[in-house]
Design a protein around this ligand. Structure first.
Ligand SMILES: Cc1cc2nc3c(=O)[nH]c(=O)nc-3n(C[C@H](O)[C@H](O)[C@H](O)COP(=O)(O)OP(=O)(O)OC[C@H]3O[C@@H](n4cnc5c(N)ncnc54)[C@H](O)[C@@H]3O)c2cc1C
Length: 509
């Protein structure tokens, strides 16, 4: 990657700051139109919100209830495109809304029929009302007290950070240069005060360098106000950060292959319990917070809220000791006036062209990253007077594209890379509680730009998100493999294990 960087002469057509879903999407879109693109991520790709989602590729049933039909239709179309373009990472999953009151079946039955109708040719399957017996067949571990039946609908599920790593690879294959551990510390301006580049620090060497760009895209998600202020200290903040957490349990809490969707929790939100990588993922919350941080920590009341809500619907009531991992993420919600309630803020994306010429894109959701990128590159290219080129990402295969990757078992998320991972040998799991092998560690370092122990345990594999204690226990063995691949010292290994363990403690409830 650094070779490509050094070989580059003159200004970049487009510099993208932020290596989450939004930035990676913009990099792919720009590169496939033939523009010269440089993407800079301050930490690891996906360290921000994009590895901390509910893992749904969805239209958002809740937004339908709020009457936001166009948002739902757009997201449902993107859901269909993503399933076509990354079939190794997105799957169709049945979601059951359990009914405990007489009115719920017809009410949700009609709403969810509409949800499927709006998807048109991108539909994932017809929703229908289930009897009590059918509901329990799908969800054998549901609380049966007062249960009348359910409504089933279909939506997408994915692995967020694996998709991100594959998007980075896709952008690279299309000619973009993408660096992790390269924070943008400042922006530079031309004689007229317009942003014309960025100052970047290489975290590994400590060196700073200047990159010039015809346009700079700020895709730093919940952090976007920091860069906006660097470009123009007088701007008003546009983000109202809100935290959402998830708890992860073992698979016994949700046996069967369907998810539970609770349309109205006691705080008026939606809650999901989803089978994910052989575990049960439950979330989420919506807690306004003062400022975004890279490693947000779940609040006590958020953990209690999810445990108590899950206990209403699951036959086996989860308690604190059952939690294998708890992770928090920050929504980059765009402010709309002075509402104190972030659940009501816009989930739509916003593109703002500042007086300084900085282009900021934020909001939206993972599901719509491609469409957001298309909008953003249209605007950025016009602003930078780049030659007009059409967007081509609608039917662009994502790196790893493989429609039949299920046959690779837990390596299915690697898609067409799975045989390459298998060819490395080292096929023994590194921990009895998780399937991850030494081959995946080596692959992550050699082919997926993993630079630290945490990159491997949190975002190339999902060990930290599935079982924090197991991740801590396997850390020394993984650090050893990483050190060998990266030619690092035994002191590096020790430091990595220590710093990872400190971070991972926040994932233990
Ligand atoms: C709890 C929760 C659940 C969600 N669930 C879903 C879901 O199920 N489905 C769905 O579609 N969407 C979901 N979303 C929304 C989705 O996750 C986000 O919209 C999306 O990940 C935002 O991506 P982003 O790239 O804009 O931000 P981020 O992923 O946060 O990326 C921004 C990046 O910018 C980097 N950065 C910041 N400052 C600098 C700098 N100075 N220099 C270089 N880099 C910098 C950060 O390190 C970070 O990696 C959820 C969000 C939350 C919080």
């Amino acid at each position: 990657m650094y070779q490509r960087l050094r070989a580059h002469a003159g200004p970049w057509d487009m510099i993208v700051v932020g290596g989450g879903a939004t930035g990676a999407g913009v990099a792919i879109d720009g590169a496939t139109r033939g523009y010269d693109v440089l993407l800079l991520e301050q930490s690891d790709f996906g360290k921000g919100t994009s590895s901390r989602s509910t893992k749904l590729v969805h239209g958002g049933v809740r937004y339908l209830e709020q009457g936001n039909v166009s948002l739902v239709m757009e997201a449902l179309k993107e859901r269909g495109l993503l399933l076509q373009n990354a079939p190794h990472l997105v799957r169709n999953l049945g979601f059951v809304v359990p009914n405990y009151d007489w009115w719920e079946a017809p009410f949700y039955g009609i709403g969810l029929k509409l949800y499927n109708l709006l998807a048109g040719k991108y539909g994932f399957g017809a929703s229908r009302i289930l009897s009590k017996e059918e509901t329990l067949e799908r969800l054998p571990t549901l609380n049966t007290e007062g249960l009348r039946g359910g409504v089933i609908y279909f939506d997408g599920q994915f692995d967020d950070s694996r998709l991100l790593i594959n998007l980075v690879a896709t952008a690279y294959e299309q000619g973009a240069v993408l660096l992790n551990y390269a924070p943008v510390t400042d922006v530079t301006r031309d004689g007229e005060g317009f942003v014309d580049g960025v100052v970047v620090r290489d975290m590994e060497t400590g060196e700073e360098f200047h990159a010039q760009g015809k346009v700079v895209v700020n895709a730093t998600g919940p952090f976007c106000d920091d860069l906006r202020r660097k470009a123009d200290p007088s701007v008003q903040p546009m983000i109202a950060p809100s935290q959402g957490i998830h708890l992860v349990f073992d698979a016994s809490f949700l046996s069967g292959d369907s998810a539970i969707m609770v349309p109205h929790t006691s705080d008026g939100r939606v809650m999901f319990a989803i089978p994910w990588h052989g575990h049960t993922l439950v979330g989420t919350t919506d807690t306004p917070i003062p400022a975004a941080t890279l490693e947000p920590v779940a609040l006590e009341q958020e953990i209690e809220f999810i445990l108590s809500t899950a206990s209403l619907y699951l036959a086996k009531k989860p308690v604190r000791g059952d939690v294998l991992s708890v992770f928090a993420g920050i929504r980059p919600l765009v402010r709309s006036g002075d509402s104190g309630n972030t659940a009501a803020l816009s989930r739509d994306h916003t593109i703002r062209i500042e007086n300084s010429g900085l282009v900021t894109i934020c909001g939206g959701k993972w599901t719509t990253y491609r469409h957001m990128a298309e909008d953003c590159v249209n605007q950025a290219a016009t602003l930078a007077r780049l030659p007009e080129k059409p967007c081509v990402t609608r039917h662009l295969n994502v790196h790893g594209f493989h429609p039949g990757s299920d046959k690779f078992g837990h390596l299915s998320v690697y898609g067409s890379d799975a045989p390459g991972v298998q060819s490395l040998g080292l096929a023994e799991p590194l921990h009895p509680a998780l399937p991850y092998t030494g081959a995946e560690v080596v692959w992550a370092v050699r082919h997926e730009m993993a630079r630290t122990l945490e990159d491997v345990l949190a975002r190339r594999t999902r060990a930290l998100f599935l079982n924090a204690r197991a991740a801590i226990e396997m850390a020394p063995a993984v650090a050893h493999l990483c050190a060998r691949e990266l030619e690092r010292s035994s002191q590096w290994e020790t430091d990595q294990v220590q710093s990872f363990t400190e971070t991972a403690r926040n994932y233990l409830p």
